[in-house]
Design a protein around this ligand. Structure first.
Ligand code: FAD
Length: 453
């Protein structure tokens, strides 16, 4: 039965003209999980096919720096083919997967069907607006390079428009920036926008003072960074306040449109709203007709296989698995990487007629940065905050980036930004896209006012 596939395209028995003789492992998604599985299984007695809708692997933890003009997209992305080129038994296919035929053992990717003996689904997650999909055009989330450049355009355009705006109320609206969500991404975005306004843009305008911009972070929970110890949440709060960010904790957004957000009975006007509040797993669960949790993650067996399908595995943000204490594993890169390595080891063991123990996550800690020289780190009972934490954060991120060019580019950029307070990638690109966004926003506004009338 095909779940998720709209049609039944032609099946291929070979990929790129190469006949597959060994057991075929198909990996969907070349993010942290998929790539670690592919690298760990490369060189073994399998024919491996990695399918991704993009031709690049993206280092999502630094996306917020692209969105705030600190880094350029190419600094944090690497071509998948290039990464996997040394592994001769790994083949890469560019394509959007839309379903899995669990009976025929085939993946449906656009106009082709790709057969598998083992399937690893590593398709990650996407934004979720808590049932308010209509908020999406007004509050882009941060998940892809396109999201990041869209947010960068909106932030920089807001300053440009404010410079020539004569109406004081509209100018204030343009200089208000709201971030919804006080997890690591929201905290990092708020700190970075504050520094952009207070430092990098401070002297560039003549009619407005970018330092008068208000950056408002709205979080429904009573504290920031709820996955960290309360003392580190407090440190993040203090750091953000020192950067001039206004915090609205214990405050849920109840409405959101092109002119701002409502929090209860109060209205905060802003032309730029960034969504960092919720994610939903990819539709892999629907493709399989599998049981999912509230966040859409496939409820995986302890060996990460999908119950009822011992040859199909889910890993990373699209997999739902609890730790020994019954808590859901977090949606972070180390979980995805370790799960990718685990499934590769399990398949290699299976080929040898062996078994391995259930998956166990080794938690090496969490990090979040606030602005250009402060961070918080939690590793078990060890806690660190401030400048030294920030240095460790920098080292860790450069170390985990893929490719020497990316590491060098990011390190040079950071040194330059640190020394000069400048942000070299303050480019407003994709203006035709911006016009389309504006048109669709005004069309939605008209439709809403018609509905109200
Ligand atoms: C802004 C941001 C900041 C983050 N910061 C941190 C951090 O500091 N530390 C940390 O540990 N984690 C962080 N995370 C979380 C971390 O990035 C994820 O947990 C991790 O990427 C999950 O890995 P994955 O392999 O499951 O999915 P992903 O890395 O998201 O990879 C999924 C891949 O699947 C592909 N794909 C999706 N659907 C399809 C389809 N239908 N067909 C073909 N291909 C498809 C995508 O193109 C992508 O390449 C952050 C996430 C975001 C968005």
């Amino acid at each position: 039965m095909v779940h998720g596939a709209k049609d039944h395209p032609i099946s291929v028995k070979s990929i790129g003209g190469k006949t597959m003789n060994k057991p075929r492992v198909v990996i969907v998604g070349a993010g942290f999980g998929g790539l670690s599985a592919a690298k760990a299984i490369a060189g073994s007695a399998f024919d491996v096919t990695v399918i991704d809708r993009h031709n690049y692997h993206l280092f999502q933890p630094l996306l917020y720096q692209v969105a705030t003009a600190g880094l350029s997209p190419a600094d944090i992305a690497s071509p998948i083919r290039g990464i996997l080129a040394p592994h001769k038994n790994v083949n890469v296919v560019l394509g959007q997967v839309s379903g899995v035929d669990t009976q025929q053992h085939e993946v449906v990717a656009e106009a082709r069907r790709i057969p598998f003996d083992y399937l690893i689904l590593a398709t990650g997650a996407q934004h979720a607006y808590f049932g308010h999909g209509e908020w999406a055009p007004f509050a882009p989330g941060l998940k892809t390079i396109d999201d990041a450049t869209c947010i960068r355009r909106r932030i920089l355009l807001a300053f440009e428009k404010a410079e020539t705006e004569t109406d004081a109320a509209e100018r204030a609206r343009l200089l208000n920036f709201i971030i919804v969500g006080g997890g690591p991404t929201g905290v990092e975005m708020a700190g970075a926008i504050a520094e952009l306004a207070n430092r990098a843009l401070a002297k560039d305008f003549r009619s407005i003072d970018p330092r008068s911009a208000r950056i408002i972070l709205v979080e429904a929970a009573p504290r920031l960074l709820t996955s960290f110890e309360p003392s580190l949440s407090q440190a993040a709060k203090t750091s953000l306040e020192q950067l001039g960010v206004t915090l609205r904790l214990d405050t849920a957004v109840t409405a959101l449109d092109a002119e701002g957000v409502s929090v209860g009975t109060q209205r905060i006007e802003a032309r730029t709203v960034v969504w960092a509040a919720g994610v939903m797993a990819s539709p892999a669960g629907q493709w399989l007709g599998a049981d999912t949790d509230r966040a859409g993650r496939v409820k995986a067996a302890p060996d990460l296989s999908v119950p009822g399908h011992p040859d199909i595995f889910v890993i990373g943000d699209t997999a739902g698995l609890n730790d020994a204490n019954g808590n859901a594993l977090p949606g972070v890169a180390p979980v995805a990487k370790q799960q990718g390595q685990y499934v590769a080891a399990l398949l290699i063991a299976r080929q040898k007629g062996q078994t391995i123990a259930s998956f166990r996550y080794r938690d090496f800690g969490s990090l979040a940065t606030i602005g250009r020289k402060r961070a918080v780190i939690q590793m078990g009972r060890f806690k660190l905050k401030g400048f030294v934490a920030w240095l460790l954060w920098c080292v860790a991120h450069i170390y985990f980036l893929i490719g020497f060019r990316n590491r060098l580019a990011v390190a040079i950029n950071w040194l330059w930004n640190y020394a000069t307070f400048q942000r070299g990638t303050r480019l407003i690109t994709g203006m035709s896209g911006a016009r389309m966004e504006e048109l669709s926003m005004s069309a939605e506004k008209k439709a809403a006012s018609r509905g109200a009338g």
